[in-house]
Design a protein around this ligand. Structure first.
Ligand SMILES: Cc1ncc(COP(=O)(O)O)c(C=O)c1O
Length: 441
């Protein structure tokens, strides 16, 4: 899958080029996530004039930044711990004290039967997914070719190119529901369980995976949907992977009641990124023991050990449980207010422009999923037009990989990150409305 980059670095004509293996060609090709991260990274560094409504960068949340800075000072004052943090490699599975503290926290808070042996740290959730998907899907020794089932497309763009082998995903179209009636212009995707059953019958599935809250839509699949997926996975003897990068128990950027779910066949992933620490690259996998130790083996091969800064920064807050308060007390109110404000500006501008729009229910994460129902062009084309006006978004097409058939809906959705400064988001939405009005049917 390719994603148009913001700008390409000029190639030096005389620079030597070498042949790459098949795998090398695949992994170094222009992937959608590379394009997205280039857009994001450049807008954050060398192109700050761009209105960044693209990528998934967390906002600068002042209250949290103050806490983290104070904790960093504390860590440095500890001297010895600080020196050890920087001077030593840690076991590939993660810092033993951090693993113990997190297992204890999960046990006493949720009653889950997890110990340190059930947890593995990775270099961000992104690496965790690369490991998990390639462990559980692809070609097997007995000749089977297993896939990852995504029960609800659209799904996170970052998974799309992670398969070392081709054709790693089988995704299902959801049912579109209108919880307050269609006139309210708020829709919600619901898992189409008949479609999930059909894929389970048709394909050899190695795991079921879903982000909750969803990137790109902000959907939170309900507790009942999770329970049903979990039962389907158990019945097939496969894991259910739940990506809580934005969810519970932390960072807790989730606006509706939802219980975190874990069982002996569930792989739950967390990350410190959306808590505000993407620079520490800390992913957390809570999983059956065999999976956690396989992740540690992969970490050793790929990178020896993980970055320990995030674990050391958060350690006392995991030990005393304060990490669970950051979402409800700081992050949720912050992002929920941003979501409401952006929804209001969107409504104002889209209505004024006469655009036929709808918004996915904003139940968590940092994104609005905008459905532009009478677009004459694809959202990839719309993305280009917006970029020309210095507004970066992410076209919806990239999130619909793994579907057996095309679906016109996939050309009508745009992901908009609402977490940036108010004036940026507001100005960006106004330009989106103007451009959408120009190209409506
Ligand atoms: C749903 C989801 N999963 C995983 C990740 C990976 O994040 P990180 O590698 O920073 O933990 C992201 C990042 O945007 C995400 O949105």
């Amino acid at each position: 899958m390719s994603y148009p980059p913001l700008e390409s670095l000029p190639a030096t004509p005389s620079a030597p080029r070498f042949d790459f293996s098949v795998l090398g060609e695949k992994l170094s090709a222009h992937s959608s996530i590379l394009g997205l991260m280039n857009d994001l990274g450049r807008a954050m560094t060398i192109a700050p004039h761009m209105k960044m409504l693209g990528g998934g960068n967390p906002a600068a949340v002042p209250e949290l930044q103050l806490l983290v800075r104070a904790r960093m000072r504390e860590l440095m004052a500890e001297g010895d711990a600080f020196d050890r943090m920087l001077a030593n490699y840690e076991p590939p599975q993660g810092n033993p004290r951090f693993l113990r503290a997190l297992a204890d926290l999960l046990q006493r808070t949720f009653g889950w039967n997890v110990g340190p042996q059930n947890i593995a740290i990775t270099c961000g959730g992104q690496s965790a997914y690369f490991y998990l998907f390639n462990l559980l899907a692809g070609r097997f020794a007995d000749g089977r070719h297993r896939k990852i089932l995504l029960p609800l497309a659209p799904e996170y763009i970052g998974y799309a190119d992670q398969g070392l082998e081709e054709d790693l995903f089988a995704a299902c179209r959801p049912t579109i529901t209108w919880p307050q009636g269609e006139d309210a212009r708020v829709f919600k995707y619901a898992i189409n369980f008949a479609a999930v059953e059909e894929v389970l019958e048709r394909e050899d599935i190695g795991a079921i995976a879903c982000s909750r809250p969803s990137n790109p839509t902000g959907n939170v699949i309900t507790d009942a949907e999770v329970t049903r997926l979990s039962a389907m996975a158990t019945a097939r003897g496969i894991p259910l992977i739940l990506d809580h990068a934005y969810g519970a128990p932390f960072p807790g950027v989730i606006f509706v009641p939802a219980q975190p779910h874990w069982a002996s066949h569930v792989i739950l992933t967390l990350s410190l990124s959306k808590l505000g620490l993407p620079g520490t690259r800390t992913g957390i996998v809570i999983a059956p023991e065999s999976i956690a130790s396989a992740i540690a083996s992969l970490t050793a091969i790929v990178g020896l050990a993980n970055n320990t800064l995030g674990q050391q920064l958060m350690l006392p807050w995991v030990e005393d449980g304060r990490i669970l308060e950051l979402g409800p007390k700081i992050l949720r109110p912050f992002y929920e207010a941003k979501s409401h404000a952006a929804a209001q500006w969107g409504q104002e501008y889209f209505d004024a422009a006469g655009v036929n729009w709808a918004l996915h229910a904003s139940e968590g994460a940092f994104f609005h999923w905008l459905w532009l129902r009478d677009l004459r062009i694809t959202t990839r084309e719309l993305y280009e037009r917006l970029k020309a006006r210095e507004v970066l978004t992410v076209p919806g097409e990239y999130f619909f990989y793994g579907l057996a058939e095309d679906w016109p809906h996939r050309h009508e959705c745009l992901r908009v990150n609402f977490s940036g400064p108010a004036q940026t988001v507001r100005a960006g939405l106004q330009i989106i409305a103007e451009e959408a009005a120009k190209v409506r049917r």
